[in-house]
Design a protein around this ligand. Structure first.
Ligand code: DX5
Ligand code: ZN
Length: 220
């Protein structure tokens, strides 16, 4: 089957060297970069927003995989699309109108993703599964990098895989939070096609290229 897409989370990179960090990812042959936007409301932390995405876009050809951890993301979808997002993933808990939000992303010509917190029942995303290009299973409570993987997430990935297969959906099944070279294979065996990793890549001994290689070895 298709090779697993790795989406390194820029949240864990050195922001003072953003351009070099992106160049290292590209040289390592990674196709995506994961961009974590936090507003201090939906999650208890503030990360970065539109100008940083625009700067990354300016210097990099990587697919910009934007994860919006913000209240009422509808307000900003247009701006993130304009700033260079290729995909926009919204949290089902962050809006009363998830169906409208994913529709707006597609109307903007971008790939629409939906995600949910570890405590949210999977049924919450069922009504929009046919309308998305990506489903993200959060495997930590969003807000911070470097947290421990929640083991029950593997079963949630397996269940989302069943839901997508039942629909005949080709959507990416992404996992984010505490993903490492050690748990990557179990996630892919459960049906994930796309893995986000921050600290496991940028915090690796030998740097991000070595971190990426560790994932490749684990998945080979
Ligand atoms: C968590 C973010 C993640 C985070 C992952 O709120 O959505 O993308 O950067 O970081 P690690 O891989 O260190 O858990
Ligand atoms: Zn994320």
């Amino acid at each position: 089957h298709k090779p697993v897409i790795l989406s390194p989370s820029l949240l864990a990179c050195d922001f003072a060297r953003l351009g070099e960090e992106l160049a290292t990812l590209e040289a390592a042959g990674v196709p995506w970069a994961h961009v974590d936007v936090m507003d201090g409301q939906f999650v208890p932390n503030i990360s970065f927003g539109l100008p940083i995405l625009a700067a990354a876009r300016r210097v990099s050809g990587l697919y910009m995989d934007v994860h919006l951890m913000i209240e009422q993301p509808e307000r900003y979808l247009h701006d993130f699309a304009e700033a260079g997002a290729d995909g926009l993933t919204v949290q089902v808990e962050s809006t009363r109108h998830i169906h409208r939000a994913v529709g707006m992303v597609r109307e903007l010509g971008k790939r629409a993703g939906v995600t949910l917190n570890p405590g949210t029942p999977l049924d919450a995303i069922r009504p929009v599964l046919a309308d998305v290009d990506l489903v993200l299973v959060m495997s930590v409570n969003p807000g911070f990098g470097g947290q421990r993987f929640i083991p029950a997430s593997v079963e949630r990935v397996r269940e989302v895989r069943r839901m997508l297969d039942d629909l005949g959906s080709e959507a990416e099944l992404q996992v984010d939070g505490g993903v490492t070279a050690q748990n990557a294979r179990a996630l892919v065996e459960a049906g994930a096609t796309n893995l986000v990793a921050g600290s496991a890549i940028f915090g690796a001994d030998g740097g991000s290229a070595a971190g990426i290689q560790a994932f490749r070895d684990a998945l080979a």
